[in-house]
Design a protein around this ligand. Structure first.
Ligand SMILES: C=C(C[SeH])C(=O)N1CCC[C@H]1C(=O)O
Ligand SMILES: [Zn+2]
Length: 597
């Protein structure tokens, strides 16, 4: 009878989950070995083990399919079977599976080991993305030097990945179809478990676009004041190499010469960190302490022993920051090439947020040890960082001094947050709009680069510093495209982190709507056990329930909404609107005059 069958199913899925945990542990270990020491041998070993594990998964999958789990009464049991009924890339025949692994691995190693030559000393050609090229984009205010680094990097890390990328698209789409999806775009979107998710992304962009356009116009004006109208036009897109970041995804590095009230004391947190002899370890300890102050879980012993928090000098590694769950309930690690600066202080909290999520859901079955949706996992650390980057908290830890809050300081503060959070949204949206169209075949290899720049031009209002052709492939110059990491998760995160932040601030008594002494921009949830417990209750759920349930558990809302972000930045939006009217700056941008199609 059904009851007996369901009980049999329960016992089967329990042993399958344990076996899956052992497989994921092995997969993480061999992946870690490769990304923390990029050699041919480690790359070969990684692919061998992945292939072996995929055979075991295929075997288990054929057994799982035999169960009539759709008729089971138990929601959680049905959900476990549903997730285990999706085989993933292992559905590919061995040869194609290996080819797919090799093409992604080839792109990722190329990205991680790409070097460019020094602008002045052209025989010195050992500059890596981290720390050297990142430092150029953080510090240089020479458009020619920035253009040179931009062009070299996009040739090395972008164009060189084109062949591998088109093979990866082909094979990943085949895997998607073997899993019952039309293409990888639908597979990625299915992770969000709501039928109209793509439309929700478009709606969020419509909600935020007016704010972005005001900020874009203001920044273009300030850059034109600085570099002149022959470098920055009055009505066109902004040249992508002038925004302080290789991908123009956050513009924090141009804050010092574009902030609204320049005569207000400059808050140079990087300088203060260096003056106070901060070390990468201290940055991690401060982040750990913040989480513990919320009554969340301390980093376990193995974390401090096994993590890599500084770039090694004796080998090549994947420097792009990452957090790792080894699925044994004890081994959790971060790998990042920390430099002592504000940007990496934020990144450290971002990665520690992933680890905290791992720790909170480690009691779940392996199959539920995931974010409620991929965006949730990206939002945890950033939500904490919204408190850490508040003037109140920075004063608390001695990273800024003096300057009590006044209207102008507050606008400067919101501007600093806005050139990090608001400008990121069109960048993130473009990256997966581009890849959805590639996987769907609406963008073919012959117009990869044309389509990428058309989206960058139309949505983000940035243009390439030089003309582009189909010899280039600029999308792959971004880590996540070369590493096959979906990006809508960050777009979602930058929206929902403000819903999380607002809810936590209310729980901490730090934010009271309409109470001007308890404003959202001043909120710091540090040491609030009340806020921490609510966050913990949501994190413990992992992916055991559809994400609207997790969202509701923390915020009372069941949907993603831009209202948290818009409320947070309301004063800035009003200031920018008035300022752009005062200067008469054109809002929006005309199509770029650069050749890229
Ligand atoms: C820090 C990570 C590792 Se999950 C990252 O890739 N982030 C964090 C914010 C956006 C995105 C990026 O760097 O492009
Ligand atoms: Zn992340």
């Amino acid at each position: 009878d059904l009851e007996a069958l369901e009980q049999e199913g329960r016992e089967y899925i329990a042993q399958l989950d344990r076996a899956a945990g052992a497989r994921k542990n092995r997969a993480s270990l061999v992946e870690w070995a490769y990304t923390s020491n990029i050699t041919e041998a480690n790359e070969e070993q990684r692919i061998q083990v992945q292939l072996e594990l995929s055979k075991q998964e295929k075997q288990a999958w054929s057994e799982t399919k035999m169960y009539r789990w759709q008729d089971f009464q138990d929601f959680t049991l049905r959900r476990m079977f549903k997730k285990y009924s999706q085989l993933g890339v292992a559905a590919l025949p061995d040869e194609k599976y290996k080819l797919l692994m090799q093409s992604v691995s080839g792109m990722e190693s190329n990205y991680a080991t790409s070097k460019i030559c020094d602008y002045k000393n052209t025989t010195k050609c050992d500059l890596s993305l981290e720390p050297e090229i990142t430092e150029i984009f953080a510090k240089s205010q020479d458009p020619e030097e920035l253009k040179n680094a931009w062009v070299q990097w996009h040739a090395a890390a972008g164009a060189r990945a084109r062949q591998n990328f088109s093979q990866y698209v082909q094979l990943d789409n085949e895997a998607a179809q073997l899993n019952g999806f039309k293409d990888v775009a639908d597979w990625w979107l299915s992770e969000y478990e709501v039928p109209d998710f793509e439309q929700q992304l478009a709606k969020l962009w419509e909600d935020v676009k007016p704010l972005y356009q005001e900020l874009h116009a203001y920044v273009r004006k300030r850059l034109r004041d600085k570099y002149g109208e022959h470098v920055v036009s009055a009505k066109g897109p902004i040249p992508a190499h002038l925004l302080g970041n290789m991908w123009a995804q956050t513009w924090n590095n141009i804050e010092s010469f574009t902030r609204p009230y320049p005569d207000k004391k400059e808050i140079d947190i990087t300088k203060t960190m260096k003056d106070k002899n901060y070390t990468p370890l201290k940055m991690f300890q401060m982040s750990d302490e913040f989480f513990r102050s919320l009554n969340l879980t301390a980093m376990p012993e193995k974390f401090w022993k096994n993590s890599i928090i500084e770039k090694p000098t004796d080998r090549e590694i994947v420097c792009h920051a990452s957090a790792w769950d080894f699925y044994d309930g004890e081994d959790f690690r971060i790998k990042q090439c920390t430099t002592v600066d504000y940007e990496y202080f934020q990144t450290t909290h971002h990665e520690m947020g992933h680890i905290q999520y791992f720790l909170q859901y480690k009691h779940q079955p392996v199959v539920f040890r995931d974010g409620a949706n991929p965006g949730f996992h990206e939002a945890v650390g950033d939500t904490i960082a919204l408190s850490v980057s508040s003037p109140k908290h920075l004063r608390r830890v001695g990273l800024i001094s003096g300057d009590a809050e006044d209207e102008q300081t507050e606008i400067n503060q919101l501007y600093k947050m806005g050139i990090d959070k608001i400008v990121f949204l069109p960048f993130a949206y473009v990256l997966d709009l581009f890849r959805y169209s590639v996987f769907r075949g609406t963008t073919t290899p012959e117009d990869y680069n044309c389509h990428y720049w058309r989206l960058r031009d139309e949505l983000q209002g940035v243009e390439p510093p030089v003309n582009r052709t189909e010899e280039d492939f600029d999308a792959a110059a971004k880590y996540h495209v070369s590493a096959d990491v979906e990006y809508a998760r960050y777009y979602v995160s930058f929206i929902i982190q403000f819903q999380f932040h607002r809810a936590l601030c209310q729980l901490a008594g730090e934010y009271v709507p309409e109470d001007l002494t308890k404003k959202l921009v001043d909120c710091d949830i540090y040491q609030s056990v009340n806020a921490g417990n609510a966050l913990s209750n949501m994190l413990k759920m992992g992916s055991s329930k559809p994400w609207p349930d997790a969202m509701e558990a923390l915020t009372g809302q069941r949907a993603m909404r831009a209202d948290g972000l818009l409320e947070y930045f309301r004063p800035l939006q009003e200031w920018l609107h008035a300022e752009n009217q005062r200067t008469g700056e054109y809002i929006g941008w005309e199509p770029s005059k650069m050749q890229y199609c």
